[in-house]
Design a protein around this ligand. Structure first.
Ligand code: KIV
Ligand code: ZN
Length: 550
């Protein structure tokens, strides 16, 4: 392999010895099934990504939907220092829409792409190579007339004829692209092959000396991180990646692995740095997991629960003698130090508020009061309370401004192995109390039916997951549900030491989001809507006492 080539200094980057981190969790990551986020969730994630120190945040694909447009616009106007990118196909309407969404950004970037492989040109675009070059020329110049920072991606670059790829890259730079991205769209390449491709490009396209070379690798063969790092060795100074590697199919290159690979093997990668605040890595991964409701695999590199755990006696002995024996990174360097026992039964409101703020929650006095009450109630039922419990508690109880929300008043269930489960549930809304009884094949089913009878809004239960938040018998149970109606798919979450209560709370949070229906539906999945509702037919005929609550 050749020595480490230099590359121009990317915009906003103090030195050519810095690899810029381009995060696409909210665009490529969000395209993965089960990872959709609503606008509020995307904004929350964007704030944390800025705190993490990403250089460029790809906020979305503005032409894709009015919601994507609004989300990019909100994130663009909120970002303080990071560059915000909006994706656009190499089409005039996409590019204008992206420019419009990015108007409020301090540092906007239009990221436009067009496939360059013969396969995509012939089968998908039905376009000749010459048409492709002319489209790149016209669309990159249009983008450049609308934004100071333009990135061009040659989709399926790793399967493109290298001679033609050189022409495409040359054309994009001549038309005004200051960043050129080489994606391994289908996760097909290998580190050696990708390195050669990029070195070849740098040798054969002299104008690349005036642009930033970027890589974007998918993980279909499990090589996304290795290929991205090979790209860095070949001179790439921007890496596109996602938190925990979430993304289409097998996902993208994992941000935390790229960053810690570069930091831990700094000399090997030619003393390159990133602007990432690595102690924020675990927090960022946990926030994503918390938002989308997908657990981080325990053995996930860098951010998994076991990434710094030493189970075997030999390892424990070595680490106690000298951590370097089995640890190549300090847990603190990625923010993985144990969530220590922070609060207990006797902790006061001040200590509670301080810890919640340290965990990243900005709470109004009223909300803090609600949560402190739940914390005290939990402390009576559970001996040890750690950060995971606090984060889970924060998912419960409607915020103070939700005056229209249904809240749980009380419930009783009767269940056993020789009987039909029955549940009696009482809910309150706008000060009125409504009670219903329902039966089902199990206590959770019965309780959800009773809730459904009360709210009289048909929905289907698309997903139900129950997990313990922490270890030990007194752990909180966390229930996450996805429910759907004709307006879309909604997530709900409930936490309690009682799993029936957690189930009811989860359904209520989903139902409340559904009834507000104010852009909080998840972008995708609306099609799954109410067809499959398990709403009782007899309810539709007019049973139930819910009218009282209307
Ligand atoms: O994988 C890919 O090719 C992409 C481009 C839009 C950059 O996501
Ligand atoms: Zn991609």
């Amino acid at each position: 392999m050749s020595d480490f080539p230099s590359n121009p200094v990317p915009p906003g980057c103090p030195s050519a010895n810095v690899v810029q981190i381009f995060d696409t969790t909210l665009r490529d990551g969000e395209q993965a099934p089960g990872f959709s986020m609503n606008r509020a969730e995307k904004r929350r994630m964007a704030r944390q990504l800025e705190a993490l120190g990403v250089d460029v945040l790809e906020a979305g694909f503005p032409i894709a939907s009015p919601d994507d447009f609004a989300s990019v616009r909100e994130i663009a106007s909120e970002a303080e220092t990071m560059c915000v990118a909006g994706l656009a196909r190499a089409l005039e309407e996409d590019i204008r829409r992206a420019a419009e969404a990015l108007k409020g950004a301090k540092r906007p970037r239009i990221h436009t792409f067009l496939a360059t492989s013969d396969l995509h040109l012939a089968e998908k675009l039905r376009m000749s190579r010459e048409d492709c070059l002319s489209q790149i020329r016209r669309m990159v110049s249009l983008a450049r007339s609308l934004a100071p920072d333009v990135e061009f991606s040659a989709e399926d670059a790793s399967r493109t004829d290298p001679d033609f790829l050189c022409r495409a890259v040359e054309t994009a730079i001549a038309a005004g692209a200051n960043v050129v991205n080489i994606p391994d769209t289908v996760g097909y390449t290998t580190p050696e092959e990708f390195f050669r491709l990029l070195v070849g490009l740098r040798e054969r396209v002299p104008s690349l000396a005036n642009a930033v070379l970027s890589v974007h690798c998918h993980d279909d063969l499990g090589l996304a991180v290795a290929n991205s790092l090979a790209g860095v060795r070949a001179g790439a100074r921007q890496v596109e990646c996602t938190v925990c590697g979430v993304g289409e199919r097998a996902g993208n290159a994992a941000l935390e692995e790229i960053v810690m690979g570069l930091a831990t093997r700094r000399a090997h990668y030619g003393n390159l740095a990133t602007n990432i605040r690595t102690p924020e890595l675990v927090k960022t991964a946990r926030l994503l997991s918390d938002i989308v409701g997908v657990r981080i695999s325990p053995n996930k590199a860098i951010v998994g629960g076991n990434a710094f755990a030493h189970e075997s006696g030999i390892h424990q002995h070595g680490v106690m003698a000298n951590a370097l024996t089995y640890e190549i990174m300090a847990p603190e360097s990625v923010g993985a130090q144990d969530a220590a026992l922070v609060l207990g039964k006797h902790s006061g409101r001040h200590a509670f508020a301080t810890r919640m703020a340290e965990l990243g929650f900005k709470l109004s006095e009223e909300r803090l009061g609600q949560l402190f009450k739940s914390f005290k109630a939990l402390a009576d039922r559970k001996k040890d309370i750690d950060d995971r419990d606090l984060v889970a508690l924060a998912a419960n109880s409607p915020a103070a401004d939700e005056t229209d929300a249904w809240v749980l008043d009380r419930f009783v269930v009767n269940s056993g192995n020789l009987m039909t489960a029955t549940a009696c549930v009482a809910l309150k809304r706008k000060g009125k109390r409504v009670e219903e009884v329902a039966s089902g094949s199990g206590p959770v089913y019965a309780a959800i039916r009773a809730v459904e009878k009360i709210v009289r809004h048909p929905f289907s239960l698309e997903d139900y997951q129950l997990q313990a938040v922490t270890e030990h018998r007194d752990a909180l149970g966390e229930v996450r549900v996805k429910i759907a109606d004709a307006t879309g798919l909604y997530r709900g979450r409930g936490v309690s030491t009682d799993i029936i209560e957690a189930s009811i709370l989860a359904c209520l949070s989903g139902i409340n989001a559904m009834l507000r229906s104010d852009g909080q539906a998840l972008g995708r999945g609306a099609a799954a809507a109410a067809q499959k509702s398990f709403y009782d037919i007899d309810l539709l005929r007019g049973g139930g006492a819910a009218d009282a609550a209307k």
